[in-house]
Design a protein around this ligand. Sequence first.
Ligand SMILES: [Zn+2]
Length: 319
Amino acid sequence: MAELRGGIDLGGTKIQAAIVDPRGDVSGQARQPTPTSGGPQDVADAMAAALREAAQGAGVEPADLAGIGVGSPGDANEQTGVVSSAKNLPGWEGSFPLAEALSKELGAPVKVGNDVQVATEAEFHLGAGQEFQSLIGVFWGTGVGGGLVLDGRPWLGRGAAGEIGHVVVKRGGAKCPCGRKGCLEAYAGRSAMEAEARRQHEEGQKTDLFHLMEKHGKPRLTSGIWERALDHGDHLTEKLIERAIEALGTGIASSVNLLDPEAVIIGGGLGIRFGERLMDPLMEEMSKHLFVDERPPAIRVATLGDLGGAIGASLLVSR
Ligand SMILES: [Zn+2]
């Protein structure tokens, strides 16, 4: 049997597991909702269950895998396997030895890494970034995450590189979910956009956004709801998307000025949904801020979709 690996993408709402061969082909996959109560051990149990189910689908035992990689939010230490302050997960303000706990449950070696960084590396090795040696991954979803590959190698900095969502696009600007002001994510992150839409709606601004959310039984403004409202020509939606694109163009161009990568890969829930459609306005916004504007980087939409995080996590095994 070819060296099969496990990959687990640990998200705030769902856990996605996959069994992946060295070429990136997926032979089994499973999905579990992320526990909303309890603590890190409960999350680890749900992750182990998802991985077991994916392994069953691929006809292998977890213990026979060459290894298992985990893409995690929060501060994921690749050396120690400890994950700290994953604040969107239940009871995870402190540190938890995730790699050790999972390895004990599943009987295979486990490595952890940053969720957005591993998704960026998946696009670099197997997706939209294959033809490039240097790229920035921009994951535009609930928040705005980023990952870096420079000269063919992941750039982690001291462990916290790639936080493009917290590049400042306006000094003293809008309040960011991180508590600071003027970050890119404060304008383009889906939760910040929802908060702003709610604020303007309460002030009397007309919009179909919340009506659509209720009609489709969603607990929040999902990327699908934003798309529907945009299709209907909802004025507030147009305004907020335009504001997000301005911020993305500014933040991405500033990062490009610093690193001069060959490509920018746009992923994430909103990125995949709107990437092609908003490519021209995004390029236009970027070009206003690019220092060397006659040679812009290639902009591509991520191609691995929903499984990209789990596939990327499996690549940690050979690192
Ligand atoms: Zn921030």
